[in-house]
Design a protein around this ligand. Structure first.
Ligand code: ADP
Length: 482
């Protein structure tokens, strides 16, 4: 096979392979339209290679003219793919420039199909055969150029300006990755355009008598950008996997931490229905020992026992759910219900420590997107911290208020847990959310860090406010409405 045919076929094969790879990457992540643009560039490059071969193998001017005419189609698609690649990859700020470039190139394409034999020539009178890469190929001999060539050049210059402008703006965003992306894009897409502008002029004005070819720079751009986006794709995947793993670990640690806190809450909670059950059982036994047992009365007591038993089972079930290995599953939940549940879990612990619990819930709160169990964990953490914080105060001044309201401006639901404890020293405010930061001898310092992770996984924020000295702390978090 001749050298040119072999090289161009090889180029087309590489372009199609990259197109398939980029197409697959896009299928894996539909939002990354830059992958799709590279896939399009690959297809256009292969088509351009095929037509370039056709031109080089033409034996008469009419056939050459016809090939050149069709050549404009893959060139248009290739340029469009590159300009849109830059747009999706780096993000455009000057949309008007992007549209001007696209419109300019679309005009060249439309004129090309309106004019005979094509956009570049009024007539192609003869071909010449030259030696190229050790092969014999056809190039234009005698021809009359059209005066419209400047328009095509102007659109390429604008394309170059667009790429340079977008790359510079992206570079200014700072960060090593931003600078790398900007430079790679400019080198891969911008520089070849500059080379082409010059080369095409030499060709169009007959200074150079070499074959028309764009596949070298199309292919170069494609290779470099496919490498760049492929690298990013792999890095992103790895980062996502690591994040998922980290989250899993965090939730696991959080469950272990909560186990301690919950077991005491559970013991208190269960003691109430269990005591009631045992008292009721004694009453039933007394009734049964009578000569004439009152069956009606016994039946009422048995109903009571069943009710208490149901409550105990529900408490254990809630605990089981809380500790079961599970990920965050967002669904519409009623915030009031979650708050009441969490408060009921700590009520016994609070009353044994003389802490008053008050609810201040705005009526008719909308549902929020959340994971019931994880949200209960957050509330339990905050409530238990509050119970601990107010211990420094006299028994009659120990109060925790849980408030919830809809924020008018954002539509989010804000939930606050305020206590009447000693508050948080100013110097500590930034540190309390750090993992393992604790001031308690038996503390793990994970509660707030985990709570913040959970709320952020819900798309909300968790922070602490300081109402004033001696007024305790208010922890607040937001949740998105469902
Ligand atoms: P732990 O409770 O195991 O110490 P947390 O992450 O829940 O872990 O809390 C970290 C630290 O933040 C606590 O040790 C305490 O110093 C401080 N803190 C948390 N909540 C309150 C509160 N309501 N009032 C005062 N200090 C608090």
């Amino acid at each position: 096979m001749e050298a040119v045919t072999m090289l161009w076929s090889l180029g087309a094969a590489v372009a199609i392979t990259l197109a398939v790879l980029c197409g697959l990457m896009w299928l894996g992540e539909r939002r990354a339209l830059s992958h799709l643009m590279l896939c399009l560039l690959g297809v256009a490059t292969a088509a351009a290679a095929y037509i370039e071969l056709g031109m080089m193998r033409s034996t008469d001017p009419a056939a050459f003219g016809a090939w050149l005419r069709w050549y404009h189609l893959p060139i248009f698609v290739g340029l469009l793919a590159q300009v849109l690649f830059v747009h999706f990859y780096l993000g455009t700020s000057r949309t008007w420039l992007l549209w001007t470039v696209i419109l300019g190139r679309a005009t060249v394409l439309a004129l090309n199909f309106l004019l005979h034999p094509n956009f570049n020539f009024v007539s192609i009178d003869s071909l010449r055969t030259i030696s190229f890469l050790g092969d014999r190929v056809s190039v234009i001999g005698q021809a009359t150029y059209r005066g419209t060539q400047w328009f095509a050049v102007a659109s390429l210059v604008l394309l170059l300006a667009y790429i340079a402008d977008t790359a510079i703006r992206h570079r200014r965003q700072g960060g090593v990755e931003s600078r790398r992306k900007a430079l790679a894009t400019f080198l891969a897409v911008g520089l070849p355009v500059l080379g082409t502008v010059v080369y095409v002029q030499f060709l169009a004005f007959g200074v150079l008598r070499t074959p028309v070819s764009n596949i070298t720079w199309f292919l170069g751009a494609l290779l470099m950008m496919a490498y760049e986006t492929g690298r990013e794709f792999i890095l992103n995947r790895r980062a996502r996997l690591e994040l998922a793993e980290l989250r899993g670990q965090v939730f696991q640690a959080e469950r272990v931490n909560l186990l301690g806190q919950l077991s005491s809450a559970l013991a208190h909670e269960l003691s109430q229905p269990l005591t009631a059950i045992s008292a009721n059982l004694s009453t039933v036994r007394r009734h049964l020992n009578r000569e004439q047992p009152d069956v009606g009365e016994i039946s009422v007591i048995l109903d009571d026992i069943a009710l208490d038993d149901g409550r105990a089972v529900e408490i254990i079930e809630r605990m089981r759910l809380l500790l079961k290995q599970r990920t965050i599953a967002l669904e519409p939940v009623n915030p009031e219900e979650v708050i009441r549940n969490a408060v009921s879990l700590v009520r016994a612990e609070a009353s044994s420590k003389h802490v008053a619990l008050r609810l201040d819930l705005q009526p008719g709160l909308p549902r929020v997107f959340g994971d019931r169990v994880h949200l209960s964990q957050v509330l339990l953490n905050l409530l238990m911290n509050g119970v601990h914080a107010v211990q420094a105060r006299p028994a009659d001044a120990r109060l925790i208020v849980v408030a919830a309201r809809a924020v008018e401006t954002t539509g989010e639901i804000e939930i606050g847990v305020q206590d009447s404890g000693g508050g948080i020293p100013h110097a500590m405010i930034d540190r309390i959310f750090e993992p393992f930061f604790t001031t308690k001898p038996e503390g793990m310092g994970m509660g707030l860090a985990l709570s913040r992770t959970i709320i952020e996984a819900h798309g909300g924020r968790l922070w602490v406010d300081h109402p004033g000295p001696q007024e305790g702390a208010i922890f607040r978090f937001t949740l998105k409405p469902a």
